[in-house]
Design a protein around this ligand. Structure first.
Ligand SMILES: [Zn+2]
Length: 382
């Protein structure tokens, strides 16, 4: 393929997460890389994950939608992938961007059940129907199929009717309320960053306790999905709330506000952390919005917004667009947000809890395939 594969893989990497608060669907990487019918190419190709990520974005009409990828260990040495692709998957595994398991078995379904997410698969998962009857419900399994305009996700069961959001399972809620520790020293999902005196302490990527993936349940005990070792409960997990940034009617990104630290949103928050909006703003909005504009904190179940900008911001109670109801926040002023309050940084630059907006507002979100010519992915036989 002539387009630059490494750029596509970088773009895909930005959409990988095992964070329970941000993931929007679960997928078995070993299955997706073998969808050769999508491009008529090699038996396995990592680039096909990009087609799936794009299709998921279109399915929810939202930008920057992340996916939870589970990969069997064997894929890391599968010679149907190029050596470069194998290297990339290994790096994703080492950095905790994807979850590596000895065998996938029903791990994808387990994660989907605990998090209340759809599974992206062509399999009907009939062999797990007894233990996980929800696989037969409409909209829970979405299959990637060729279609005019690019590969598309279609519900495996039902006629594609709108299905209500699925909550996390009670077991998922219970397990995700705790922080877990894996006895394996090399565990980046349930590790503690190791010995900080070690010269290698900073060389590994550890998942923050707030975003630890859901443990596997094996023989009734919380278990590390990668190492198979019994996990130790090391205390309560900080609470989180998920917010969306909506600019000119389009949801650009979701972000997590957690109890353990404040989150800054602005044009380009200092220090590289925080939520950066600059790339999505009009020139006027860019002039108005400060580098760090508002800060969100979560305490005792309440989210507080504090203005830290030059020009101020506003709160729209209950999402009301009535200017008479708008509450102005000047620098250093703060306000506890009600469930459906919306924070306004500038006209049409809004932040609110993600559940307030059912649709992402963009039927053709930006592709991770970048320069990949659409011709390269013309469905076979058309
Ligand atoms: Zn582990």
């Amino acid at each position: 393929m002539r387009f630059e594969v490494s750029k596509v893989l970088d773009a895909i990497e930005a959409r990988l997460t095992t964070d329970p608060a941000l993931a929007r669907a679960v997928v078995d990487l070993a299955e997706v890389v073998r969808y050769a019918d999508l491009d008529g190419g090699r038996p396995a190709s990592l680039v096909r994950l990009g087609l799936l990520v794009d299709a998921l974005g279109r399915y929810v009409s939202e930008e920057n939608v992340p996916v939870y990828v589970v990969t069997p260990h064997g894929l890391l040495s599968d010679t149907d992938l190029t050596s470069n692709e194998r290297m990339v998957v290994r790096r994703w595994a080492d950095d905790g961007k994807v979850e590596v398991v000895p065998q996938v078995e029903d791990r994808v379904l387990e994660v989907a059940e605990m998090l209340g997410l759809p599974v992206l698969t062509r399999d009907r998962e009939d062999r797990f129907r007894a233990s996980r009857p929800w696989v037969a419900e409409p909209g829970r399994l979405l299959a990637l199929v060729s279609a005019q305009g690019g590969p598309t996700l279609v519900a495996r069961v039902g006629r594609g009717e709108a299905t209500p959001p699925v909550p996390r399972s009670p077991l998922g809620e219970r397990l995700l309320a705790r922080v877990w520790r894996c006895p394996s020293l090399s565990c980046n999902s349930y590790g503690d960053g190791g010995d900080s005196d070690s010269p290698f302490a900073d060389m590994r990527t550890y998942t923050s306790p707030v975003s630890q993936p859901p443990p596997a349940l094996r023989a009734g005990a919380p278990t590390c999905p990668r190492h198979g070792e019994r996990l130790k409960d090391v205390g309560p997990r900080p609470a989180t709330e998920v917010f969306s940034v909506r600019i000119d009617g389009v949801i650009r990104q979701r972000f997590v506000v957690s109890e353990d630290r404040a989150t800054v949103v602005g044009r380009a928050p200092e220090g590289g952390s925080g939520v950066m909006l600059g790339q999505w703003l009009t020139d006027d909005a860019r002039k108005w919005i400060s580098r760090g504009h508002v800060q969100f904190t979560l305490r005792g179940g309440q989210v507080t917004v504090t203005d830290i900008s030059m020009n101020g911001s506003g709160v729209r109670p209950g999402g009301s667009m009535d200017d008479g109801a708008r509450i102005t926040l000047r620098r250093d002023e703060s306000r506890v947000l009600a469930e459906d309050d919306i924070v306004e940084l500038y006209h049409a630059v809004l932040i609110g809890r993600s559940r307030l907006w059912a649709s992402g507002g963009n039927v053709q979100p930006e592709s991770v395939m970048g320069e990949a010519p659409t011709m390269a992915f013309r469905p076979v036989g058309r």
